[in-house]
Every structure is written in C-alpha cells, then in structure tokens.
Design a protein around this ligand. Structure first.
Ligand code: HEC
Ligand code: HEC
Length: 190
C-alpha cells in the first residue's frame, strides 16, 4: 500500500515535471516589473498557475509582504495588480501586448530618476558628476549582492567607489524605491 502510493506520487510528479508549463509571464504592461519583484524568492509558477481576482491578488501581495517581500512603491503595486488581474485573473486574459512600462513612457523608475534628481548627476552612457549607469552596471555585473548594497548607498550617499566626489544622501527615498532604482541601474549593461 505504502509502496503503491509512493509510486503514484512519483508518477504524478513526473507528469508535472514534463507538462508543458510556460516559464515566463505573458508579455503585457507591467510583466517585467512583476517578474522582477516576484521572482526574488520563488519561480513564477505560483503566478502562472493562478487565476485570481484583483482583490485576491491584493491579498496575495499582502501575504508576500508578511513573508518578507520588500515593500512596493504605490505606483508599482498598482501596475503589478493591474497586470496580474488582467493576465492571471478570473476573466479570459487579453492577448499578449508590449510591456509599455519596461519601454519607458510610463516606466515608474524613469519617473523616479527625474523626481529624485538622479539625472542631474548621472546619465546612462556618459559620466557627469557621477559615473555613467552603464559603467556601474558593468562594474557589478558578476556581483550578486550589488543591488542591495547599491540601494543602501543610494539612500546613505558616500564616496570612494569611483573617486573622491561623494554622492549626496537621499534619506527621503524609501528602501523599496532605492532597490528598484539600483536594479534598474544594474540592468543598463549592454
Ligand atoms: C520574500 C520572498 C517572496 C517574494 C518576494 C514573493 N513571494 Fe510569493 N511566496 C513566498 C513564500 C515563502 C511562499 C510559500 C512557499 C512557496 O510556495 O514557495 C510564496 C507563495 C506564493 C504563492 C502561492 C500561494 C500562497 O499564498 O502560498 C503565490 C500565488 C505567490 N507566492 C505570489 C507571489 C507574487 C505575485 C509575488 C510578487 C508580487 C511574490 N509571490 C513575491 C515568498 C515570496
Ligand atoms: C549630486 C550628484 C549626484 C546625485 C544627485 C546622485 N548621484 Fe549617484 N553618484 C554620484 C557620485 C559622485 C557617485 C560616485 C560615488 C563613489 O565614488 O562612491 C555616484 C554613485 C552612484 C552609484 C554607484 C555607487 C557605487 O558604490 O558604485 C549609483 C548606483 C548611483 N550613484 C545611483 C544614483 C541614483 C539612483 C540617484 C538618484 C536617487 C543618484 N545616484 C543621485 C553623484 C550623484
């Protein structure tokens, strides 16, 4: 009996492993942001197999916060909920669409770079007062802990990594926004 159920379980697991499950989120506005925030602790299967209402997704997000997910900025949370409710909601999903938030325009991170005057000292491809974001991304490309460290430095400011000129602190920036900015900067490699 015990052996039989173990066998049944093994067969079931093998079937699961071979089922053609898409590993990627459907492309749509906010898909990239959702993947970036949700794949920190587990793969995206949890999303791929769910069909939940917007309210239920909101509960899931609150639950993930309790499990240690870094806080989301308000506009990020709205983008992620809109995306999840549309593509992994109770109603039939709309067709795949370009991720307009990743392509600039409504990109919440691009807006933050303006709002916090990062653009006054940094550009993506040229050194101004601070290093080019592209050079920062290249420098830390192989450094798994870079996002968290850079997020902390964006908030505290400091010098020494690129020269003697210090970056001023940004104490008003939330930890979540600083982490989003750090991840965005680290993505500028090419
Ligand atoms: C800090 C880690 C962490 C982050 C970030 C995170 N999750 Fe989770 N999530 C967990 C843990 C832990 C579980 C339960 C264990 C498991 O099933 O992997 C879980 C389970 C789930 C489940 C299964 C249902 C449940 O409540 O157990 C869903 C759905 C889910 N996560 C969605 C998300 C979404 C959507 C995001 C992004 C907005 C996200 N998670 C981000 C840690 C995290
Ligand atoms: C007044 C100019 C100034 C502003 C405003 C500024 N920075 Fe900087 N930033 C610098 C300088 C200078 C450095 C180099 C510091 C060093 O050598 O450690 C730097 C370094 C960095 C680094 C790399 C840190 C390291 O340790 O390698 C990141 C990431 C960064 N800035 C992001 C940002 C973001 C995001 C903002 C907006 C919230 C911002 N900066 C605003 C001047 C600025």
């Amino acid at each position: 009996m015990r052996a039989a159920s173990a066998l049944t379980l093994a067969v079931a697991l093998a079937a699961l492993a071979t089922a053609a499950v898409p590993r990627e989120l459907t492309s749509g506005p906010g898909a990239g942001l959702t993947a970036a925030r949700c794949a920190i602790c587990h793969d995206l299967e949890h999303i791929l197999r769910s069909r939940l209402s917007r309210g239920e997704w909101e509960d899931v997000l609150a639950n993930m916060r309790q499990r240690g997910m870094p806080p989301l900025a308000d506009d990020e949370q709205r983008v992620i909920l809109d995306y999840l409710a549309a593509y992994y909601g109770r109603d039939p999903a709309p067709p795949a669409a370009p991720d307009t938030f990743a392509a600039g325009g409504g990109d919440p991170v691009a807006k933050m770079l303006d709002a916090h005057a990062c653009n006054g000292c940094h550009t993506v491809d040229r050194k101004l007062v601070g290093p080019a974001f592209r050079d920062i991304a290249a420098k830390y490309a192989a450094d798994a802990g870079a996002a968290a460290r850079l997020a902390a430095k964006i908030r505290s400011g400091g010098a020494g990594a690129w020269g003697d000129v210090p970056m001023p602190p940004n104490p008003k920036l939330s930890e979540a926004d600083a982490l989003a900015l750090a991840r965005w900067v680290l993505d500028r490699k090419q």
